[in-house]
Design a protein around this ligand. Structure first.
Ligand SMILES: Cc1cc2nc3c(=O)[nH]c(=O)nc-3n(C[C@H](O)[C@H](O)[C@H](O)COP(=O)(O)OP(=O)(O)OC[C@H]3O[C@@H](n4cnc5c(N)ncnc54)[C@H](O)[C@@H]3O)c2cc1C
Length: 462
């Protein structure tokens, strides 16, 4: 949808959130400039989930074929014990479930996802400059502006802070919140399929003809992998408790991935996959408290992505939530007809995006990872029994599976555009109507005396 009013926008940060938003807003005709202090090449080292909520967005944006050709649809989770490698059961996402979710689940190499959006943004005229660090942000001026390290000043109607978990824009506006370790370390890597194919047992784990998605589960740790890059590579993620790692290492990857491999206390098959990875990276998971507000009093600046709502990388919603930010903000700003509406629309973004971010932060991590991390006991036995039954299609226990994985479905069925449209219909239009009712009242008072609308508004403001 072409926005009636074309905004002049500066985005600080060309990560996934910044690039996706640049594309979405550029597509609506806004003039978008992006600056980033890094080089473009340093993006992505492993796979990224494209769950149904993200597939919907990318399909709406015209990337259906790219997503489908990049990785396989994942419709069959195969669960193994991470300890022994024993098969626990399978969970096939039935057609009716996929219909309910509205789209398929895929996996892409993060770099491919990034490059696809980056190229599309450049093609529609978004101006992206790398190697440019923002060193100052001012919003108390008629037009907000950022200053770069080389002293260039960029003014705009709207500044978007998409500068990641350690956001400079956020720190400048609101200071920083507390940072704590979540308790797990994530290990990631990508294995060429030509290596895996030499090992029959391993190549059976990731058969593309069965849309296989192997998931290893155990108390407080899990691992998963999927095919990417037209089935030529297999991306692997391993989540491991910090207190089971020997080296006391507090470094974490918030900027650049650091090398590291998980210890050899896992299913031998999984360990063979780890050994085959040409390189692996590790990252201690951090819980970084996001700011209460995403916009300041000026109503001319907004935080998005990791800067607004930090999230753990490489789990099922990590990338989709950034695409959702782009879609939500883009949908709301596609309605703008007057610059005066900007603060209200940014509040709308915070309301819709904030609700979603809180759900993801407070509920879905536990609801999605919780069932994977059960200690031995009745709950784990129930889960395993449900997975075993699900493996045999004739004995599908829908109620049991729903009980175990309900949060999962709720998280993946979200539609960012619908959520933004709902806000607009319920609150955005109400604001517009209340403004015009107010204006009508003013006009009723003045037009009898032959005063024009412009004079009436001016006279009221005086
Ligand atoms: C190098 C890298 C590799 C990743 N690889 C994967 C992966 O393989 N799989 C996966 O699922 N997730 C991956 N992630 C995921 C990531 O953790 C986020 O979920 C995702 O990138 C979206 O975050 P974002 O765009 O909000 O922030 P970021 O990706 O952190 O992007 C923020 C950008 O802002 C820039 N910036 C910061 N301060 C300034 C400043 N003052 N001036 C100008 N620019 C500034 C940063 O350099 C950065 O480029 C990766 C992230 C990074 C940074």
């Amino acid at each position: 949808m072409a926005a009636p009013l074309k905004l002049d926008v500066v985005i600080v940060g060309a990560g996934l959130a910044g690039i996706a938003t640049a594309f979405r807003m550029g597509h609506d005709g806004h003039r978008v400039r992006v600056v980033d202090d890094r080089e473009q090449s340093e993006r992505g080292c492993t796979g990224a989930h494209i769950p149904p909520n993200a597939t919907k967005i990318l399909t709406d944006w015209g990337f259906k074929k790219d997503v489908e050709s990049s990785g396989n649809p994942l419709s069959r989770g195969t669960f193994y014990s991470m300890d022994t490698g024993e098969l626990i059961g399978r969970q096939t996402w039935r057609e009716e479930v996929m219909r309910e979710l509205g789209a398929n689940q895929h996996y892409m190499h993060y770099q491919d996802l990034y490059t696809m959006l980056y190229k599309a943004a450049v093609n529609i005229g978004v101006n992206i400059r790398f190697g440019k660090r923002v060193v100052n942000v001012e919003t108390d001026l008629e037009r907000p502006r950022v200053t770069l390290a080389d002293r260039t000043i960029l003014e705009a109607d709207l500044i978007i802070g998409a500068d990641g978990p350690n956001s400079f824009v956020r720190r400048t506006l609101f200071g920083d919140g507390p940072v704590n370790f979540e308790g797990h370390t994530l290990f990631t890597g990508v294995i060429p399929m030509e290596l895996i194919k030499k090992d029959t047992e391993l190549s059976n784990l990731c058969r593309s003809d069965r849309a296989e998605w192997p998931i290893w589960i155990d108390s407080s740790r899990h691992s998963e992998g999927a095919l990417v890059r037209n089935e030529t590579e297999f991306a692997l993620h391993v989540f491991y408790p910090n207190d089971e790692l020997s080296a006391a290492d507090d470094s974490c990857w918030e900027g650049k991935p650091v090398p590291g491999r998980p210890p050899n206390t896992i299913d031998p098959k999984l360990h063979r996959l780890v050994d085959m990875c040409p390189e692996m990276h590790r990252q201690k998971l951090i819980i970084r408290q996001g700011p209460e507000e995403w916009t300041d009093d000026s109503g001319k600046i907004i935080l998005i992505g990791q800067a607004a709502h930090p999230i753990h990388p490489c789990w099922v919603l990590s990338c989709s939530v950034h695409l959702e930010d782009a879609e939500t903000l883009g949908t709301l700003l596609s309605r703008i007809t007057d610059l005066d509406q900007l603060p209200g629309l940014l509040e709308g973004f915070q309301e819709v995006g904030g609700r979603r971010a809180r759900y993801i932060r407070d509920i879905s991590w536990q609801e999605i990872v919780g069932p994977l991390w059960l200690s031995p006991g009745p709950a784990r036995n129930m889960r395993d029994e449900a997975l075993r039954k699900a493996d045999d299609d004739s004995d599908w226990d829908d109620a049991m599976m729903r009980k175990q994985f309900d949060g999962f479905y709720a998280a993946l069925g979200y539609n960012a555009r619908d959520a933004a449209d709902d806000w607009w219909t319920t609150w955005g239009l109400l604001r517009e109507r209340s403004k015009s009712v107010y204006l009508d009242e003013i006009l009723d008072n003045f037009t009898p005396f032959g005063i024009t609308m412009e004079e009436a508004v001016h006279s009221h403001g005086a």
